[in-house]
Design a protein around this ligand. Sequence first.
Ligand SMILES: Cc1cc2nc3c(=O)[nH]c(=O)nc-3n(C[C@H](O)[C@H](O)[C@H](O)COP(=O)(O)O)c2cc1C
Length: 352
Amino acid sequence: MSFVCLTDFQAHARERLSKSTWDFIEGEADEGITWKDNMAAFKKIRLRPRYLRDVSKVDTRTTVQGEEISAPICISPTAFHCMAWPDGEMSTARAAQAAGICYVTSTYASCTLEDIVATAPKGLRWFQLYVQSDWELNKQMVQRAEALGFKALVITVDAPVIGKRRRDIRNQLNLEAKLMLKDLRSPEERISSRVQLSSINASFCWKDLSQLQTITRLPIILKGILTKEDAELAIKHNVQGIFVSNHGGRQLDEVPASIYALTEVVAAVKGKIEIYLDGGVRTGNDVLKALALGAKCIFLGRPILWGLACKGEHGVEEVLSILKNEFHTSMSLSGCRSVTEISRELIQFSIL
Ligand SMILES: Cc1cc2nc3c(=O)[nH]c(=O)nc-3n(C[C@H](O)[C@H](O)[C@H](O)COP(=O)(O)O)c2cc1C
């Protein structure tokens, strides 16, 4: 089977995975309104290309938090990669390193952080934290990630509780029984302490951010911001970045598509910190639109798991390379030679 675009991987992954694993990966919350909107919203935006510019050389490189990446296409944190491929996050990490992009490793990785780093020591990695009720555990995890060379801490704010995923309930999916959550404590302590999905700290709020800032020197990035009010609070609390994200439509349903929320957040942030976007990005044109509307970089969730399920490390590499090539073509066809030339003028606002 030849894989031409990201949705080819989706179709093939569905055939390869068990129903309950497929449903967990696709898994939308409630009625799936936001999940659908994430993709549909991109398709409502039209482009205003500029021609007769020399696009014989197009450069997709950019930076995130000061580190160079080969294209503004990185990997969002997703849990339990071993459900999609036997050595899970280790394959993902090697593919990300080969592609020269950033991989955000989930709190609920199914490989240890040590193994992930050892298999791809030169890769750029950030660590995603679901803040736990146990502050000693938060401290241990964050300091362990920092010592292992993770370059930023991504705090997911849109999951104080887990959204209602109807498919998982119908399938009676029990992740805690199915998987050993190896990653949370240091290797010596692992056996005695299986941290549970339910241990996310639902009382974590703005004032507690300073506690995190005292235990790490890493830049802190908030993932899941959708409003100008929260974007302004993020700046006030000295965070270094924001992910505009609705968790791929897996948390609160009927919130705006990420690409729509982006405009509001960009206006509030006024260029003070970097803004990233995830949710529904499937084509090079989607990447172009997100950058034109103010994102520094996009991140992929499900497409990475589709690539992993189809061909492991090579599948992830292929997903990243197909999207990068599409983005390169989108840049060339719209007259952008470098990512700094991608601007709001590319977007036709009358139909937004
Ligand atoms: C199977 C799966 C597991 C996820 N696990 C996490 C996680 O552990 N931490 C987190 O912050 N977000 C998690 N997410 C959300 C993703 O980081 C991301 O926001 C979302 O998948 C982006 O949308 P996309 O799948 O349309 O690209 C998960 C998403 C999926 C599909």
